[in-house]
Design a protein around this ligand. Sequence first.
Ligand SMILES: [Mn+2]
Length: 394
Amino acid sequence: MLPEAFEKDAHTAMDRLKEMGVDEVLIVHHDDADGLASAAITKTAMEREGYGTKTLCLEKLYPEVVENIHAGEGRVVFYCDIGSPHADKISDFNQGRNLVIILDHHDPAEATDPNVYDLNLEHYGFRGETDFSGATCNYLFARSIGEWNADLSYLALVGSQEIPGGLQSLNLWVLRDAEEHHIVQVKRKSIKIIPLGISVKQLFKKLQILGAVGYYQGGPELGIKAALEGLTPEINRFVEELEERRKSANRKLLERLRREGLNETEHIQWFSAGDAYRGMGAKTIGTFCSYLTYQRVVKQDKYLLGFMPLEPVIPGYGELKGSYLKASVRTPRLLSRLIDEGRRPTALELLQESTRGFGISADGHAYAASVVLPTGKMEEMIERADRFVSDFNP
Ligand SMILES: [Mn+2]
């Protein structure tokens, strides 16, 4: 069963949307497989209602972009697999001017504008870490519009692959829904998407690469298309190319770091990737840092920080006013143990504390986290991080 209160609110939001009298809706979405699957669902559901759609894929929710989106009036804006943690700021920028529907599973902040509908199922008693993905939230919204959207159910299952521990709660309901409508077939734990002839896992893996690595090369749009129509030989080739390019960038950067070593303070070891990942999405730095924690060049008792410059342009949006860096932090094994014992701050605490006042969208958990910061703030951040660990008294 769909949660009744959610279904009721989804209908209210949809009624409001119809009253807006717009021809087109804007779909802002995240860059990973869950975000692409989310966008594919809501795009299709809205087109079936007769609306044109425009998608905007964001790696992080930059305040200047949100401000720009909400400066206008009378628009309809969806936030898919992104937005809930910033529902308060979205409300501040929106000031009642536009209708906003958030379909997300990240920990929500309170929306204070009545025109901002946050339909995150965390508000209905479910957990976004275990029970549902962003794509599941988008699917349940589409499904509450009508049963004709049941053919999109597989996309919710694709997005849900990012949730550890398998399908449960709402995600399990979606699996049953998909089976009942003959959209998927479960065979020896593999879920096959009947209309596309591939498995949920296969599609998930390709979308992860298209969205994150291919971010600046039309990857997100191609990913949405692939999510709806299936993989073509061209798309498969493009995914392989992206993988190759990333591997070669990783290899070169590792060689450089082995040669030059990392920069160090008392508690921090850090490096700047320079233009190693130029033209690739910013997730690449995080993946590389994870890999690096197992290499000998890394000290086991210090936080590992990697920085990379962000491109000045957001595809489909335009130029950013500010100049930004992405920072990723990972904790090597020994340090992770100290964090577990409460003797060191978590990776997320370290980033939040060291970028307080200027960091954008810090997110993550105990051993891995990331944030965006203005380019000129890197040294201040490193200093503050080092001091925070020195002063840390549990
Ligand atoms: Mn997600």
